[in-house]
Design a protein around this ligand. Structure first.
Ligand SMILES: *[C@@H]1O[C@H](CO)[C@@H](O)[C@H](O)[C@H]1NC(C)=O
Ligand SMILES: *[C@@H]1O[C@H](CO)[C@@H](O)[C@H](O)[C@H]1NC(C)=O
Ligand SMILES: *[C@@H]1O[C@H](CO)[C@@H](O)[C@H](O)[C@H]1NC(C)=O
Length: 356
């Protein structure tokens, strides 16, 4: 039997592109279901599933069963940060000073998407000036390999200064996440953020909602996002992790990732799922915040699920905005265009998408 990670690779999870999300996640979960079936039903003695989740030679107390190693602390909505957690950590302070670095994972060639995201987030910050200077949105990719892209990226850096080029080769499952967090830990060591968030370039974030929510969360040992699998019955035994649509780590966890032998050694694998796996193995991230149903996938014509539903007003993030039509509908729903008169001296517009 081939190793589980090569099984994942065979499912097409290794191409360049944005990290684990949506369809990839589904494929991985299907693969997991298949694996679990194979292990537990078909070949109960031929393969120990623990090997898959426990990694190669991770140092882990041997007093526990392998399964116990994956009992992550229960995730909770940020507003319910419990006193018991507050006792272990400094009490959360009100969120009006929380500092967040958001690294949007993208590719050098996706200039048009960056242009849209810059516009969207600049307008949000303009509308909420108290966030400017506290919420920094950056675009993140590995080494630029095309000389043409190098010219265009250089121009963007000159004008916007919002690009981080990691020392890595563009990849999907070979450690870009590890490189991102460890690079952030080093680059901002002198002036750390409270949280570093990794987000997809097909995710729409509502920065005020995000900042308010994170402001009420613990500043230490915190792992914040949309927890997967959200359907525990069907997707056992996947280790809990936060969806790649966007998740934030408190600074101490970012620093831990950068210094952890475990994370360095175990960086190749399905991105984002492996982030959860590091914390599970190392018994880190005691404060987990599952933001369902405020973080979710765009619904479209798909049926509702625990990670996908229609728009809701108190949304923090919508994921799977793969094309212009979805972006337009989403931005219209959230009133991103509300400030503009329908017609002016020099322009006129048809009714907006998604609006009567
Ligand atoms: C685990 O450690 C043993 C002994 O140190 C070594 O022989 C083996 O190759 C290691 N396995 C992996 C997957 O690294
Ligand atoms: C990325 O680019 C830097 C600078 O040119 C180079 O030193 C490094 O080896 C490259 N890394 C990879 C993984 O290609
Ligand atoms: C958008 O604006 C309309 C009209 O003012 C309002 O009824 C609606 O609640 C707003 N939607 C959101 C998501 O804030």
């Amino acid at each position: 039997m081939s190793s589980p990670s090569s099984l994942l690779k065979q499912l097409g999870l290794t191409g360049a592109g944005s990290p684990l999300s949506g369809r990839h996640l589904l494929l991985i979960l299907l693969a997991a279901g298949f694996l679990a079936l194979t292990v537990f039903v078909v070949h109960p003695n031929e393969f120990r599933i623990q090997a898959f989740f426990s990694g190669s030679n991770c140092s882990r107390p041997n007093t526990n069963t392998d399964a116990a190693a994956f009992v992550a602390p229960p995730a909770k909505p940020p507003s319910s940060a419990s006193p018991s957690h507050a006792a272990a950590a400094p009490a959360p302070v009100p969120g009006d000073d929380v500092r967040i670095l958001i690294g949007i994972q993208t590719l050098p060639s996706k200039r048009e998407r960056r242009d849209l995201l810059r516009t969207v987030y600049s307008l949000q910050l303009r509308e909420h000036p108290s966030l400017a200077g506290r919420v920094d949105v950056r675009f993140v990719f590995c080494n630029v390999t095309s000389p043409d892209d190098a010219v265009f990226v250089a121009l963007e850096i000159m004008l916007h200064g919002d690009i981080i080029v990691l020392d890595c080769a563009e990849n999907m499952d070979n450690g870009k996440t590890y490189t991102f967090f460890s690079t952030a830990a080093r680059a901002f060591a002198d002036n750390p953020y409270d949280y570093v968030m990794k987000a997809d370039d097909d995710t729409y974030l509502r920065l005020p909602a995000l900042a308010a929510s994170l402001g009420g969360a613990s500043r230490v040992d915190a792992y914040y996002g949309l927890q997967m699998p959200c359907d525990r019955e069907n997707f056992y035994p996947f280790p809990p992790f936060m969806s790649g649509m966007g998740y934030a780590l408190s600074w101490d966890l970012v620093a831990w990732v950068a210094s952890s032998d475990l994370a360095r050694r175990e960086q190749d694998g399905p991105e984002d799922m492996w982030t959860g796996r590091w914390f599970n193995l190392a018994r880190k991230a005691k404060n987990r915040y599952d933001n369902a149903p405020r973080m979710y996938n765009y619904k479209g014509s798909s049926p509702d699920s625990c990670f996908r539903h229609g728009f809701v007003p108190d949304t923090i993030a919508v994921h799977m905005l793969k094309d212009d039509a979805r972006w337009a509908e989403t931005l219209a729903y959230f009133n991103a265009t509300a400030g503009i008169p329908r017609a002016g001296e020099l322009y006129h517009l048809p009714p907006l998408a998604g609006r009567p």
